[in-house]
Design a protein around this ligand. Sequence first.
Ligand SMILES: *[C@@H]1O[C@H](CO)[C@@H](O)[C@H](O)[C@H]1NC(C)=O
Length: 500
Amino acid sequence: MARRVSSASSASSPVLCVVLLLTLLRPLQQVTAAAAHNYFDALHKSILFFEGQRSGKLPPDQRLRWRRDSALQDGSAAGVDLTGGYYDAGDNVKFGFPMAFTTTMLAWSVIDFGRTMGPELRNAVKAVKWATDYLLKATAVDGVVYVQVGDPHSDHNCWERPEDMDTLRTVYRIDRTHPGSDVAGETAAALAAASIVFRSRDPPYSRLLLQRAISVFEFADKYRGAYSSSLSGAVCPYYCDVNGFQDELLWGAAWLHKASLRREYREYIMRNEIALHAGDTINEFGWDNKHAGINVLISKEVLMGRADYFMSFKNNAEDFICAVLPGIPNTQVQYSPGGLIFKAGGSNMQHVTSLSFLILAYSNYLSHSNKVVPCGGGVSATPALLRHLAKRQVDYILGDNPLGMSYMVGYGRRYPTRIHHRASSLPSVQAHPARIGCKAGTIYYVSPEPNPNLLVGAVVGGPNVTDAFPDSRPYFQETEPTTYINAPLLGLLAYFSAHG
Ligand SMILES: *[C@@H]1O[C@H](CO)[C@@H](O)[C@H](O)[C@H]1NC(C)=O
C-alpha cells in the first residue's frame, strides 16, 4: 500500500520529473487556449443547487423558485418532526448518511475556503444551516439518531415531484440495540465541523452543535456497529456501509478534536489509530470511506508544527498525495484519456470533487508550512503541482474536456439537459398545478425533451471512462446529480475564484 519514500532516501530523477510535469501541464495549455472560467459564477451556481434539493417548508428568501414546500409530514410516522434537510440526489429520499457527509464537506469548504467566497459566503453558510437544522432534529433524543426518511423501494418505483409525494415516508432510526457507528460518527463529524462555521457568526448555535456532536459521538463509540446490519433493507444497496464504521469513528473524533480542542479527542485518536485502521485504503474519500480525509485533516496540525504526535497521519496523507498523482509509475488513481479522475461504480464526479478537495486543501497546508511531499523516484509534489492537478479537475468539470461540455447544469454553453432528477424533469407546480401521480410521471422520464426546470448548479455523475457522456435520464450513473458531488466543489470553486 505505502508508496511514500522518505525525503532522505528519495533520489533525484530529472527525467521522471519532466515526464510528470508534462503530463500535468499539457492539459493546462489547452485550458489557456479555452476561454477562462468564471469560477465565481460557478460557485454561485453550485450553492444554488442546494436550494433545489431542499425538503420541507421553503423560506421566503428561497431563490430557486420553481420548487415548492414538500414532505411536510416527515417524521410523523414516528411521532417526531423530521421536516427539512436535503434530498440526496434525483430521488426524494432523505438518506442521513450521505446528508451528514455532505454537511461535513460543506462546512470544511467554508472553514478552509470561506474567506475567498466573497458575497457567496452567506449563501454557503445557509446551505450548511439547512442541513444542521435537520441533523439537530434527527439527534434530539439521546441514544437515537433518525437516519432516513422515505422507503427507497416505494420512492424509486415512482417518478414523482417531491411536492406531490405519496410514497411511503417510513422513518428509520438507530439506537442502543440497533447501533450505527458509521452514520452516527459522520453525523457527529458534521455537527462538529459546522460548530466551527458558526463559532463567531452565531455562538449559541455553535455551542449547541458542538454539544450535540459530543453526545452523538459518545453514542457512536459506545454502541458500535454498522447501520446496514439492522437497516439493510432500507439503506442497501444505496448507502450501505461497505467499508466499515471504524473510519467514521476516527473522522468524528478528528472533527471534534478540531472543534473542541479537548485533550480527550486527541487521546482517542492516538489510542485508536491502529484499531480503527487509520492507514487503510488511503486513496479513497467519499460518503462511505473517510480515510484520506482523516489523514489530510489531521496532518494540517502536524504541518503547522503543533502536533508531532500525529506524525503517522501525515505519513498516510503523503502516501495518499503521491497515490493520486497522474503519470507516475505507482499511481493508484485512474485517469480518463481526457484527464479526469475516474473510479468505477457510477457517479464518478463524487470522487473527482472530493479527491480534488483534499489535494487542494493539502497544497494549502504545504504552502503555509513551506513544505513539499517527496513521492520517490525524484518526484516531489509541490503545492503548485497539486493546485494545478485540482484546477485541471475543476476545469474539466466546467468544460475543458473532449466533449467541450460543462457538467454543471446552467454553466457554460453546453451542459446536461436531461438529468436524472425527478423535480427537474417533471413540470413545476406553477406550470402544472394538478397532481402528477406515481406512474403518471413516466412520460416525462422517457421523454426525449430537455428537463423543463433548470436545476442550476447541479453537477452530474459525469462521463464514463472514455470521456463519453449520454445526456439521457435512464443513465443515472452519468446524469444524476448528488449533494456530495457539489459539497466539496464549493471549496474548490471559492479558491479558484480568487486564485484562478
Ligand atoms: C461510454 O459511453 C458511450 C456513450 O454512451 C458508450 O458508447 C461506451 O460504450 C461507454 N464506454 C464504456 C467503457 O462504458
